[in-house]
Design a protein around this ligand. Structure first.
Ligand SMILES: [Zn+2]
Length: 176
């Protein structure tokens, strides 16, 4: 951080504020402390007749790799609204949320993923500007070696591993 987003000062200092125990970007001009916290990424695991919908990324990072439809939660929306929006934007389909399926922590890159299991009302979908291709995959054909992020792989594996189990809770994982 080079400039204060509050007052425009270029005198930003990395220091521990009084009463705090972490380094923060502090502006000595307007006394604003610029807290930086993890981002929430929300998405869906859309299913149609036993197949899983994946999008091939048209944007960096990981351009060309497959991913569940997901993206950053926006201000002013719930996690459910964000997951449905990302699925609409990246896969061109309105899905129905079944339940919260997976929570994946990525403390090294300051992100938390939330994936919702979702039902597709039909198999009509299309890529948006962020997807090169959108496709339904049978469990045996999931492109595990060409997945964009470990978070999607985790959500898919947990879904398939527990397909016939009675567990309908949230699968919690962590990227080491
Ligand atoms: Zn300032």
């Amino acid at each position: 951080m080079n400039y204060c987003s509050h007052c425009g000062s270029g005198d930003i200092r990395l220091e521990v504020p009084e009463g705090d125990n972490r380094l923060r970007y502090c502006c000595p001009v307007c006394s604003t402390i610029h807290y930086q916290n993890p981002n929430v990424v929300v998405g869906c695991l859309p299913v149609f007749e036993g197949k899983i919908l994946l999008c091939r990324r048209a944007i960096e990072p990981r351009l060309g790799f497959w991913n569940l439809p997901a993206g950053y939660l926006e201000n002013g929306e719930t996690v459910e609204e964000g997951a449905l929006r990302e699925t609409r934007e990246e896969a061109g389909i309105e899905v129905s949320i079944v339940r919260l399926h997976a929570l994946y922590n990525l403390p090294r890159v300051n992100q938390v993923y939330l994936f919702y299991l979702a039902e597709m009302p039909h198999d009509q979908f299309h890529g948006g500007v962020e997807s090169l291709e959108v496709k339904l995959f049978s469990p045996a054909d999931i492109p595990y070696h060409d997945m964009a992020f470990a978070s999607s792989t985790f959500a898919i594996r947990q879904y398939l591993d527990h397909l016939h189990s009675d567990f309908h809770g949230v699968h919690v994982g962590k990227w080491e």
